[in-house]
Write a protein that binds this ligand. Structure first.
Ligand code: KIV
Ligand code: ZN
Length: 387
């Protein structure tokens, strides 16, 4: 696959919803699916239909309302799972069945008490079965991150021969280093004879905080689909965060890739998912955290106020965030203080600011952040003395 378009496969409604406390009802899932389609994702993994009647209903109803994106249902490599997924996707305009099995020796022995040859046969069998219901079949090699590359290549070649259109290489446990994950994708590109007949997908977990880096390495080495979630939600430490990979690809034009995501909707979408799942976003989260565009130290504030590019690589408008903030703390400098006074309508000269700065530091040392009310108070005292 030589295109430079990277497909965004959103699994907020499946892997993301697996987070304890984040369960959604059907109505909430439909609303989010419609918002994800508006955001511009290419594939929506709507759920795991065999897992519960509620999830079946959600996938079925989402299939009815989504027009442009593909709607995907997860299944194990179990024939009945696949039939149920197909039934839930019956009304989808672009249905995709996502089926697969663990391929690492940890899974083959520890989970299935089986052997590599049997697992390969089951992998092929599940893809062939899914092909009876839909054209678009994605195969996942669970724990591919810890699967021997030579064996993984054999499995991938066999499932593509059986009709898989997308081959998902999950780093299920978030174990790989970026170079290892990238080399794995490169290995498949170079050693799977029919790899040009399928799209390689990256599905990375964040157990070591490497999910975004690994997904990008995957794309650099030949993958053209990233599986991700809004706010990086997902099992344990989460999945690759959608907003991060989309913005890495957008900001690093030198890489030459693009997605269809409307980046101006990233912050509104993040807030929406956070609200409906009742899962706060950490303030220092890249792109969508409350502090992602806040400047609080004097050195940074001074540079930022002279030229935003000195300390910001993204214009907040580009990602639908509020405007950049100058936060006042005991680490802030005079230019930040002058800026904030000016924003409040005060016209202080340099000498005034020098005097006010000493008073400001006394207040700042006694609290975490100096707000507008404190500034008005300082200004009032200053004007009274000066009068
Ligand atoms: O992490 C994983 O391996 C998965 C698969 C089911 C795709 O979520
Ligand atoms: Zn996963």
């Amino acid at each position: 696959m030589s295109s430079n378009k990277v497909n965004i496969f959103d699994t907020t409604l499946r892997d993301g919803e697996q987070v304890p406390g984040c369960k959604l009802n059907t109505k909430e899932k439909i609303e989010l699916a419609l918002a994800l389609e508006d955001l511009g994702v290419d594939i929506i993994e709507a759920g795991f239909p065999i897992s519960s009647p509620g999830d079946f209903e959600s996938v079925e109803k989402i299939s009815k309302v989504i027009k442009n994106a593909s709607v995907c249902g997860l299944s194990r490599a179990v024939l009945n799972d696949i039939e149920v997924a197909a039934a839930a996707l019956k009304y989808a305009k672009h249905p995709r069945i996502h089926t697969g099995i663990g391929t690492s020796d940890y899974h083959i022995k520890g989970k299935f008490n089986s052997n590599r040859e049997d697992i390969l046969l089951r992998a092929v069998q599940c893809v062939k079965w899914a092909k009876n219901f839909v054209d678009d079949v994605e195969f996942y090699a669970e724990d591919a991150g810890r699967t021997d590359n030579e064996y993984l290549a054999r499995v991938i070649e066999a499932v593509i021969k059986a009709g898989a259109t997308v081959v998902n290489i999950p780093d299920t446990t978030g174990y790989c280093l970026p170079n290892q994950y990238g080399e794995k994708i490169a290995y498949l590109m170079n050693n799977v004879s029919n790899i040009d007949k399928a799209i390689i997908s990256c599905h990375c977990h964040n157990d070591l905080g490497l999910a975004t880096a690994n997904s990008i390495e995957g794309v650099i080495n030949g993958a053209r689909q990233i599986e991700c979630t809004i706010n990086g939600l997902g099992e344990r430490a989460g999945n690759t965060s959608l907003e991060e990979v989309v913005m890495v690809l957008k900001q690093h034009k030198d890489l030459g890739f693009y997605t269809n995501v409307n980046t101006k909707e990233l912050n509104p979408m993040s807030r929406r998912v956070s609200d409906v799942m009742r899962m706060p976003v950490q303030p220092n989260k890249a792109i969508v955290g409350a502090n992602a565009f806040s400047h609080s130290s004097g050195i940074h504030q001074d540079g930022f106020l002279k030229s935003a590019i000195t300390y910001e690589i993204i214009d907040p408008v580009e990602v639908g965030a509020d405007t950049s903030k100058i936060v006042l703390t005991a680490r802030s400098g005079r230019s930040a203080l002058a800026f904030r006074f000016k924003n409040l309508g005060y016209d202080f000269n340099r000498n005034d600011v020098d005097v006010l700065y000493e008073k400001f530091l006394q207040v700042a040392d006694s609290k975490k952040e100096v707000g507008d009310a404190d500034l008005h108070q300082l200004a009032k005292q200053h004007e009274t003395i000066e009068a």
